[in-house]
Design a binder for this molecule. Sequence first.
Ligand SMILES: *Cc1c(COP(=O)(O)O)cnc(C)c1O
Length: 220
Amino acid sequence: MSIAQNLQKISQTLPQDVTLVAVSKTKPVSDIQEAYNAGQRVFGENKIQEMVEKYDVLPKDISWHMIGHLQSNKVKYMAHFVDLIHGVDKFSTLKEINKQAKKHNRVINCLLQVKIAQEDSKFGLSQEEVNEILSSSEYEVMENVKVVGLMGMASFTDDENLIKNEFKGLYAFFDNLKKLNQELKIISMGMSGDYPLAIQEGSNMIRVGSAIFGARNYQK
Ligand SMILES: *Cc1c(COP(=O)(O)O)cnc(C)c1O
């Protein structure tokens, strides 16, 4: 199936309030252009350098999401255009984003990444750390960064029950938190392998790569 067909197939099954982020990491600009021509406008990348290169040559009405683990020293390269940063897992990173956004007179929307999987390989904040950040006086005075939600990645496993429970836990935390903080609107969870489950558990933003663009080849 073509990229356009994959997109159409996925989009048809999505509830209206769910945003599809097409994860184009490692894929060529021509693939993104094909998805763009089919109507897709939101794309996710996990490496800042790669996202910048693609941003430079592609249509400017694309909304670029940074979904990868962030290196603070590279935030400056995307501060003029990035639309949403999903993977903020340190207060110091949030401070850096605020600093860089200020230089461009922008407010950059961010999601705090919460660790929901037991695996050591996954990044993320604990619920306590999220609470600490959002209630800190330091965050309160940051004018160029806005936390608009949470992001989580489930365990890499065939155990559907485990995945479901991890999503459930994140949603419950999100649901509580947004009663205290009106700015929290987005819960980013679900990838190619588990997005139907994530939506069932309350996700309103899914990050789908291989189901749209095909398997990734990391050799190149
Ligand atoms: C690569 C990636 C995805 C997409 O993965 P697929 O399994 O190809 O859909 C989603 N989220 C993050 C954070 C990623 O790094």
